[in-house]
Ligand binder design. Structure first.
Ligand SMILES: [Zn+2]
Length: 280
């Protein structure tokens, strides 16, 4: 039984001499593990007319791959599919040559690998579970994040800006973004009074406390930027956010707050992210 799969390469591990075990993020927003059996690049043309087939040597993180995979009966229930032939649907070019951007890509892929759930494909009839809308949003965030990162590398991009947009979008895709409508303490609507409008971000409660529940022990000073940014990230698409000029001098604050929030709600340790220590 063959299934056609398209997905973004999340992880790859060399297996034996010429094979790779990879994880793909499918369009459904779910992930799947596949063994790619080595095809030497020089032999590629000899492969039975499968357009654009490439060897494992040119399989890279962040690529969009298309493949036909099968689950052999002998492999039982380890969840892995296998593929002898695959092609690259989309590839990046600049990301490889910019190590800071490459580690940001690795960070994206780590977050996606940790948060995506496994795809369920019934082995013998090819039936695939249909993804939830939120899962599909995860794929959209992933493909936008990588595409715009690659595109911006032709100029001098602010990688921190890319990172904060990715983090905000992924919080919405995962359904855990902070509530922007109501005060998390009293449940009342925020009153947008320019003079008195104050907010304090509450990571544990998953939202903001308004001036309705003012407490001098909370930091009410810095959170308006965060609120505005999350609001923009909700209503604007990826391209609009990338184009948007931000008046904030320091975007690192928001990156830190959002990453901290994501880790808290998924109970991840920041130290588990290998890509972090390489990021500038
Ligand atoms: Zn309140």
């Amino acid at each position: 039984m063959l299934v056609k799969l398209e997905g973004i390469l999340l992880t790859k591990v060399l297996y034996r001499e010429r094979d790779l075990i990879v994880n793909l993020l499918l369009r459904s927003g779910r992930k799947i593990g596949v063994i790619l059996y080595g095809v030497r690049s020089s032999n590629a043309k000899k492969n039975r007319g499968f357009a654009g087939v490439v060897g494992v040597a040119s399989v890279e993180l962040g690529q969009m791959l298309k493949l036909e995979a099968r689950k052999s009966k002998s492999r039982g229930s380890d969840g892995l599919f296998s593929a002898n032939e695959w092609s690259v649907l989309w590839n990046h070019r600049y990301l490889r040559g910019n190590y800071r951007a490459f580690f940001l890509l690795c960070f994206y892929l780590e977050v996606l690998t940790k948060s995506a759930v496994e795809e369920e494909i019934w082995p013998y009839d090819g039936h695939r579970s249909s993804g939830q809308r939120q899962d599909e949003m995860l794929f959209a965030v992933a493909s936008n994040a990588i595409f715009y990162l690659e595109r911006c590398l032709r100029q001098e991009p602010s990688l921190e800006r890319h990172k904060e947009i990715f983090l905000a979008k992924i919080l919405y895709a995962l359904g855990i973004a902070p509530n922007l409508k109501k005060c998390v303490f009293c449940g009342g609507d925020f009153i947008f009074d320019a003079e008195k409008f104050l907010l304090s971000f509450r990571r544990e409660e998953g939202g903001f406390v308004g001036s309705c529940c003012y407490n001098q022990n909370f930091d009410f000073a810095k959170n308006l930027f965060l609120y505005r940014f999350l609001h923009d990230a909700l209503i604007l698409n990826y391209a609009q956010l990338i184009e948007q000029k931000t008046a904030r001098k320091n975007v690192t604050d928001i990156v830190d707050v959002l990453f901290d929030y994501l880790c808290y709600h998924y109970q991840w340790w920041k130290s588990d992210f290998k890509s972090i220590k390489y990021q500038v």
